[in-house]
Design a protein around this ligand. Structure first.
Ligand SMILES: Nc1nc2c(ncn2[C@@H]2O[C@H](COP(=O)(O)OP(=O)(O)OP(=O)(O)O)[C@@H](O)[C@H]2O)c(=O)[nH]1
Ligand SMILES: [Mg+2]
Length: 383
């Protein structure tokens, strides 16, 4: 009888089985400790990144708590621990509605109640998106394709779901994905006809690759972000289960010098309890306000289950200026816009109704074509 495979797989933080990891380590193909190698060698020192990350996250949480519990929130909440701080953040009704609408996050309750909630879900409106296909891969800057159309790039920590998101956006499976961090090892260009390109990048942070390779990826990414004139937006993906990490802080630190417009996208939103996702969204939206060159709008998606992708499709089409071509009469304002703090609507002053002017009927003479100009008197001519 063949031996049974591993019954209980123990997984590391990176989502890889311990057995696979120790085997690969023995062969010398992976670094020793994933956590110790989080930062790319030669990059900003890990302490700087850690301080930066802690500062940004703590400020964001403190801002939220001050808004919800007043300036004395520390006292009001009896000096809460970091864990409790996250738990007491109250998501706004708009955020809860949005999660309900899209079915993001793991629903609480038993199977029956979850099924009932799922039945209430309104199917997302289908957003057209052009056919997308791979046309170039670059390991060195010299291999970048020529600058002809606008580009939207996707970047983030290794294994955050970049390639899966590109597949979901373009409704393809051409981009290779893997549960082992470090799958994408070059910059891949996917062309949407002659309209625009989607660009998939290698990840930063821990990956199953040699240190030199990771340094090379980082240099390649930096070179791309610095030199690429056609880059119109950079989507920085954050795993919703872990939130904004040290590597992300380091990346934004480098970006500050590069001046590229970015948008944060929370990924894997199907794999986290709904309440935790709601507070994660609130914190991330606050972090977006604190980061340099980051737009305030944050998206939530699940590439695996195709949730929240339509809003992102709309955003991409608008960014590259093809909204009118593909969306036609579809309403421009994105659904994600609803979640932003509700701005008080301007009071509508009722317009004074103008009395309708009733047309005056023509007089009998006017109707007959006769005028009231008197006839000249006889003998008055020639005077
Ligand atoms: N549950 C869940 N898993 C996801 C989602 N998106 C991606 N994954 C899983 O996450 C793993 C990594 O996905 P990739 O798309 O390869 O991630 P990546 O960021 O391109 O990774 P690298 O190329 O290695 O940097 C795969 O096992 C995917 O199945 C998601 O929305 N939900
Ligand atoms: Mg990838």
């Amino acid at each position: 009888m063949p031996s049974q495979p591993f019954r209980y797989k123990r997984h590391t933080a990176a989502g890889v089985s311990q057995r696979w990891l120790s085997k690969a380590r023995n062969q010398g193909s992976v670094p020793v400790a994933p956590e110790a190698n989080e930062t790319v060698p030669g990059a900003t020192s890990p302490d700087d990144g850690r301080q930066q990350q802690a500062k940004v996250t703590e400020t964001a949480i403190a801002n939220l708590l001050t808004a919800q519990y007043g300036a004395n929130w520390q006292k009001a909440l009896h000096n809460p621990s970091n864990r409790k701080k996250l738990m007491v953040i109250k998501p706004t009704q708009a955020v809860r509605d949005y999660l309900d609408e899209l079915g993001l996050g793991i629903m609480a309750g038993n199977k029956t109640s979850r099924q009932k909630l799922k039945q209430k879900l309104v199917p997302e409106i289908h957003v057209p998106f052009p056919h997308t296909s791979f046309f170039a891969g670059a390991k060195v800057p010299e291999s970048f394709p020529k600058l002809d159309v606008s580009e939207v790039a996707v970047v983030g920590r290794s294994n955050v779901g970049k390639s899966t998101l590109i597949n979901a956006l373009a409704r393809t499976s051409v981009v290779r994905t893997s549960d082992k961090p470090g799958m994408t090892q070059q910059i891949n260009f996917y062309g949407a006809g002659k309209d625009f390109n989607l660009v998939d990048m290698p990840g930063y942070g821990f990956a199953f690759a040699k240190d030199e390779a990771r340094v090379q990826w980082q240099e390649l990414i930096d070179h791309y972000l610095k030199e690429r004139k056609t880059l119109v937006r950079l989507f920085v993906l954050i795993d919703s289960r872990t939130g904004f990490k040290v590597n992300d802080a380091e990346f934004f630190d480098r970006l500050e010098k590069l001046k590229v417009k970015t948008t944060l996208v929370l990924t894997k939103c199907d794999d986290i309890p709904r309440s935790a996702l709601a507070s994660r969204y609130m914190v991330t939206a606050e972090i977006a306000q604190l980061l340099p060159n980051c737009l305030p709008k944050v998206f939530m998606v699940s590439g695996k289950h195709q949730l929240g992708i339509n809003d992102l499709r709309k955003e991409v089409l608008h960014i590259v200026g093809k909204g009118r071509k593909y969306l036609g009469g579809m309403k421009d304002p994105l659904r994600a816009e609803k979640m932003r703090q509700s701005v008080p609507k301007p009071v509508r002053v009722p317009q004074r109704r103008l009395r309708k002017r009733v047309p005056v009927p023509p007089t009998r003479k006017e109707a007959e074509g006769t005028t009231s100009i008197p006839e000249p008197e006889p003998g008055s001519e020639g005077q």
